[in-house]
Design a binder for this molecule. Structure first.
Ligand code: BT5
Length: 311
């Protein structure tokens, strides 16, 4: 958020303040204060003028300034009511040199999953792409995907959903007959082997979405527990991600805590082979360890299916 506007909101958090007092504190003209207050009102902040000065009476439900307000993570938010794909836009910003920007949309018209699969993104979801410039070799980047899965799981669990992680990047809710997918992560990057130039971590979470607008096998927070505060959901997601992104060991440990895959019989389709057995661990940077009939196998990437144990 524009810095003076952020500081005005910060001052109003403390209580009513007059225009002249704000002007003096922020070292800008009274006319500038008035202009910024008008801009905040246009962005949906209910700023009333009372006898003691300006009072903050309400925060917009969603959008860029709403998510930035009170956000406990150093991200700027670029918000779109509708866009083709937040990952596509984030790649564009990354190529222009951006860092720590989140592209957020209410709706995507061309959302993508891995391998260019379609990602249904109706209005009401959380479709967010984080532009990052981590000081990492490309081989370590998968841990950021794990951190994003942990972060979205954390936000969903705080919203009251019993969300768990399926290796490597799915967040699901266990059903009586089948698991239902709540969220997914798509990470893209550019760089040389020894150092990444940028990473885009795209998170798609079905939050306040009618499950009938989603493909079969998908669920939403709304379906599980009812409509939640989407602004708070995104803020928790971003703060949790920020807490994990520089701490691979903590990421791994949180991932294990929330894992649905560990201890399961799995079938993993990799580009080279099919690996079947019991998933016993996950190792840095995001490798799944599978105990197979022929011994331990380590899988770096692939599609993972949870198999039902034989009756
Ligand atoms: C993923 O792919 O799970 C990664 C999804 C990442 C989406 C985010 S949204 C913000 C950002 N911008 C983008 O354009 N993308 C990212 P994958 O594991 O390949 O799963 C894709 C499969 O999940 C599809 O083939 C469908 O079967 C299913 N699917 C599609 N839309 C879904 C939804 N909304 N919820 C649950 N499952 C869905």
């Amino acid at each position: 958020m524009q810095e003076t506007r952020a500081r005005i909101l910060g001052a109003l958090d403390e209580g009513p303040t007059t225009g002249p007092a704000l002007a003096e504190d922020l070292d800008v003209s009274r006319a500038a204060v008035w202009k910024h207050v008008e801009a905040l009102r246009e962005a949906g902040f209910a700023i009333e003028s009372g006898p003691e000065g300006y009072v903050l009476e309400g925060v917009p439900a969603y959008g860029g300034p709403a998510v930035e307000y009170g956000l406990e993570a150093p991200f700027d938010v670029e918000y779109h009511d509708a866009i083709d794909s937040t990952n596509r836009r984030a790649r564009e910003l990354a190529a222009d040199g951006a860092a720590d920007v989140v592209v957020l949309a209410d709706e995507q018209t061309g959302g993508r999953g891995r391998l260019d699969r379609e990602w249904a993104s109706p209005s009401g979801g959380v479709w967010a792409s984080l532009v990052l410039r981590p000081d990492l070799p490309t081989s370590r980047v998968p841990v950021l995907t794990l951190a994003a899965a942990v972060a979205v799981t954390t936000a969903a669990r705080e919203a009251g959903v019993d969300a768990r992680i399926k290796w490597p990047n799915d967040v699901l809710v266990r059903g009586t007959s089948d698991d239902a997918k709540l969220a997914g992560v798509l990470t893209e990057m550019e760089g040389e082997a020894d150092r990444v130039s940028w990473v885009v971590v795209g998170v798609g979470a079905n939050v306040n979405v009618d499950a009938r607008a989603l493909p079969p096998g998908a669920t939403s927070v709304a379906e599980q527990v009812g409509v939640v505060d989407r602004r708070r959901f995104v803020q928790r997601l971003l703060a949790a991600f920020d807490g994990y992104r520089d701490d691979p060991e903590a990421t791994l440990s949180a991932w294990r805590d929330h894992a649905a895959t560990l201890g399961q019989r799995v079938r993993v389709e990799t580009p080279a082979a099919t690996v079947e057995g019991e998933a016993v661990d996950v190792e840095l940077p995001g490798t799944l360890v599978v105990e197979t009939a022929a011994g331990r196998r380590r899988v770096a990437a692939g599609d993972c299916e949870h198999l039902r144990p034989a009756e």
